[in-house]
Ligand binder design. Sequence first.
Ligand SMILES: [Zn+2]
Length: 270
Amino acid sequence: MDGDGFTRCGRGHTHWGRFGAAGLLLFSQDHVLLQQRAWWCNGGGTWCLFGGGRHAGEDAVAAALRETTEESSLDVSLVRLHGRIEDDHGGWSYTTMVGSAPDRPPVRGVSNETKAARWVPVTEVDTLRLFAPFGAAWPTLRSMLTRVVLIVDAANVMGSRPDGWWRDRLGAARRLRDGLAALGPVPLGPFDEAYPEPVLVVEGAARPLESAGGVRVVAAPGSGDDEIVRQVGKDDAHYVVVTADRELRRRCEEAGAQVVGPRWLLDRLG
Ligand SMILES: [Zn+2]
C-alpha cells in the first residue's frame, strides 16, 4: 500500500507521506545530487533530495532508493550507504539516508515530478532556492557527508573475550572477522545509525587471515598498534577504532579518531 497523502505529526505540522518519508543524500567528489521539483509540485522549482513517502511496511533504505529510481536515471547499485539520520516528529518521521557513489555518475530526471537532476557543489547548495524542509535541514546535513570506517584491534578485542583464543589465534580472528561481516547498523559518528566499513588489523599467528564478507583484513607487518595508527586518517572518513589499549587510544585520538572499547563491539556481535 503506498503512503500517498498528507498526514499530521505530533508537532501539529502537515506532512506528505502517511507512513513517513525518506530521502537520499548522495555525495560524490564534493558534490551532492539534488532534484529540482516540477513546477506543479508543492514547492515547484525548488531543489531538494530525491525521496518521498514510504509505503506501508517499507523501510527507509528501500523507500529512499525506490523513490530515487522512480524519479531519476541513477543506477542505485552504485550507491554505498554510510548512515541514516532520523528526524522524528512523533507519529511521523523523515529519514535521510547518506550515501556516496564513485565519480559523479551522469543523472537525469525521469519522472514528471522532476524538472531536473544535478550534481551541485556542496559549497553552492545554499545559493539555490531550496525546498523549505530541506533548506532547514541542510546546515546539519552538510556536516554529515562522510563514510564511517571501523578499525578493529584484533589482538586486543580477542584478548578481552575468554573463548580459548590462546589455543587458536587464527581461528579466533576468523570468528571475529565473520562477526564483523554480520554487524548491523550501529550508532557511530554523526549518524543515528551508521553502516561502517570494517577493517580488522591482525598480527602474529592471525596474519594469514584473508579479507571476506566486506571486512578488509590488514596484516600488520610489525606492531599492530603502528599499523592501526597508519590506517587512521588515510582520507576524510570518520574513523572509529576499537581497542582497550590506553596508549593506542591516545595515539588514535590524537590522529582524529573516535575510540570505543572492545565491550562496545562484543555486545553488538551477539
Ligand atoms: Zn512535523
